[in-house]
Design a protein. Sequence first.
Length: 237
Amino acid sequence: AGGLLSALLQAEHVMRLGTSDEAAEMVSPVLPARATGRRLADAFEETLRRWREPNIDSHSSGLLEAFCTPDHLEVRCAFVQVCTQLDRLSFFLGALHPYRRTAGAGGDAALCWLRRGLVHLLQELERSLAQLRQSRLEMMSGAKQHLQKLSKKLPKIDAQELRWMQGLRHVDEQRLENLHKELTSSCAEVISSASAARETELKAAAKDSLRSIAASFASADFQSRCSLALPDRLAAE
């Protein structure tokens, strides 16, 4: 279990998440991440295959002995799915770096121009977010059930179980829920900004602005300020 998390946190596309757009683009944002992602995917698949056995070895798996029984098979699978979806989430977030930089320079018009690739990435991101949340809830449900069993045995539990109980204090479920909502909301907002309907609105607004500029150029006040008369029918053109 610890090996999976360690490999995930050391993956190149995960480590680049906290970097700026400029730093992220200094290295290919796709190819190394895909190569690393394939290795991680293979590791996740192999772990899932082994953990689907009714009984697994506690020492080799890194899990508490209680989670190595058939009763916690679904919890083990949920843990692997959490790692898998975190890997996918990190990859898609990294792939969005160039889009964010372009959108910063060109605004909604740039998003509309890049709509096909951008919306595909965001839809994949939304799917990963939904699957990550579902797997996390399943995993935490199993953990809480075991926590209740251990609580009834206090103080007759071993040091490993006590350390596991204490470690659960670091899981801030409310913060995780808030982050999920923020990311989901951001995805929906960007998809809306890049939609065909938004593109139509931008085109209409641009045409109105051009008509206003043309009308200003053709106005008598502006014409009187010009040393040379502008061509006739400028507004129509």
